[in-house]
Design a protein around this ligand. Structure first.
Ligand code: RVP
Length: 502
């Protein structure tokens, strides 16, 4: 006879936190959101921790190199999507690892034999006032001069004037050599009252610019997540089919952590993938696995050697796995059970395997609940897809700005490796939808609000760190009637478009 669970499985919205005692020290400014992402032995430090408990989903419509840079600046990690060629994915990883905060590749470049008219066209296209004059007109050509708006007067000069006649020639340009730190570069900028400092290699070729205006924005990221070489930390998704080619390419490109991306992770395929990594790289390559929704699934992946385990089947906003296949589990129940299994495993082995709650975060407070229930961090798709930094188009739908957001199980993503159990090379049926989400602006602005809510609730519960919160939090299931009580009720909300009649 089939096994039946006694209790229904629950979602985040069915729970609330009960506040606890907060001391005077318990203020959001003192709350730390630092959290481990890779397994570690009792008493030791994890190889990688994050400064905020958020990672972005392994999805075409969420995590590319641009998102990865933006999220690492805030202290989290993006997992660059694997449903693209090995070369394309490795290239995205390389771009993140080569990105130097504050060092900007020049986007306005000309040859000395071009004219003032060319400069004006370029300026109208880029909106940038500093133009590099290089021997071949490229961003990495030999620098022969610089043009800024101080070098020409449109009203007095013939548009056909050659750039070599009015540029500031290289002999008079203050520049720095490749290898200079951002701090040193900024000192040069301040000392010489410059707006931009060109950085050149040993052959006088242009490498990048450091701009005065970027100095403040760099200082604004105290939580940024860097590796030992001060490069942004980045993750990448892999699958259980082409790992023998994909893993070496991603490791070579500099990916800091990998994650097996699968809608159902309690499988021998995942074990084989982890075995391949351990055989070829030992513990030096970090890899998460999943997704699972119960104790057995967690133990299987922990014993197989996963660095973290991801939880969630069918709870994603674009996911229709439960409807199409009838499998899944309420996300809150899954997190609670797996967190218990993680703690038991830690007791038994002394190894702490972090767990990630993946999908189904609708309100900011769901993140707080997932952490309280024992998750070490959350993976979000819909949330990040709404921002400027996501890779998809911003479109106008019915008078409102929207961003496109589609599931990896939709026909659009063509990600058959994530869903197919056998050797087929196409999707037999869809497990995800293609959709729009309301455009929400910049990642930084939204994340600041979300995280301040998380910190504030932690303080209400008397916790200043995630581990403290996990062990002290008190949660209660709520009835459907008390959910109604939690919103604005029994009042008529004001509509600013309607003027009341006195
Ligand atoms: P959400 O944050 O609720 O949008 O969920 C994102 C998660 O949904 C992903 O991290 C992944 O686990 C899952 N997903 C992605 N594509 C699909 C699908 O097409 N069914 N599901």
């Amino acid at each position: 006879m089939a096994f039946y669970y006694n209790e229904p499985s629950h979602t985040f919205s069915e729970y609330l936190l009960v506040p606890g005692y907060s001391s005077a020290q318990c203020i959001p400014a003192n709350a730390s959101l630092r959290t481990p992402i890779t397994k570690f032995r009792k008493g030791e430090e994890p190889a990688i921790s994050m400064n905020i408990p958020l990672v972005s989903a392994i999805m075409q419509s969420v995590s590319d190199d641009n998102m990865a840079i933006a999220l690492a600046k805030e202290g989290g990690i993006s997992f660059i999507y694997g449903s693209q060629t090995v070369e394309q994915q490795a290239e995205m990883v390389t771009r993140v690892k080569n990105y130097k905060a504050g060092f900007v590749s020049s986007d306005s470049n000309v040859r000395p034999d071009q004219t003032l008219a060319d400069i004006l066209v370029l300026k109208s296209e880029t909106g940038h006032a500093t133009v590099a004059v290089t021997d071949d007109g490229t961003a990495n050509g030999k620098l022969v001069g610089i043009v800024t708006s101080r070098d020409y007067r449109v009203s007095r000069m013939d548009p056909a004037t050659r750039i070599s006649e009015f540029m500031t020639p290289i002999e008079n340009v203050i520049y720095a050599k490749e290898g200079i730190s951002l701090k040193e570069a900024n000192n040069v900028i301040w000392d010489h009252k410059l707006n931009a400092l060109p950085i050149l290699d040993n052959n006088q070729r242009l490498v990048a610019f450091v701009f005065r205006k970027d100095y403040d924005s760099h200082k604004e990221n105290p939580l940024e997540l860097l590796d030992t070489s001060k490069r942004y930390i980045v993750g990448a998704g892999i699958n259980t089919k082409d790992f023998a080619e994909r893993v070496p390419a991603l490791v070579e490109a500099g990916a800091d952590i990998l994650c097996i991306d699968s809608s159902e992770g309690f499988s021998e395929w995942q074990k084989l993938t982890i075995e391949f990594i351990r055989k070829n790289y030992g513990d030096s390559v970090k890899v998460g696995a999943g997704n699972v929704v119960d104790r057995e699934g967690f133990r299987f992946l922990a014993e197989a050697g996963a660095d973290f385990v991801k939880i969630g089947i069918g709870g994603g906003s674009i996911c229709i796995t439960r409807e199409t296949k009838g499998i899944g589990r309420g996300q809150a129940t899954a997190v609670i059970e797996v967190a218990k299994a993680r703690d038991e495993y830690f007791e038994e082995t002394g190894i702490y395997v972090p767990i990630c709650s993946d999908g189904g975060i609708v309100h900011d407070y769901h993140i707080t609940l997932a952490l309280a229930m024992g998750a070490d961090f959350c993976m979000l798709g819909r949330y990040f897809s709404r921002f400027d930094e996501s890779p998809t188009n911003k479109v106008m739908v019915n008078g409102n700005y929207m961003k496109e957001y589609w599931g990896e199980g939709s026909a659009r993503a063509r990600n058959w490796q994530r869903y197919d159990m056998g050797g087929a090379s196409k999707l037999s049926f869809e497990e995800g939808v293609d959709s729009y989400v309301p455009y929400a602006g910049s990642l930084h602005d939204n994340l600041s609000i979300t995280l301040s809510k998380v910190r504030s609730t932690m303080c209400n519960c008397g916790a200043l760190s995630i581990p403290e919160f996990q062990s002290n939090a008190r949660l209660t299931l709520v009835s459907s009637v008390s959910i109604v009580e939690g919103g604005a009720h029994d009042v008529v909300l004001k509509d600013n478009n309607i003027t009341p009649v006195k």
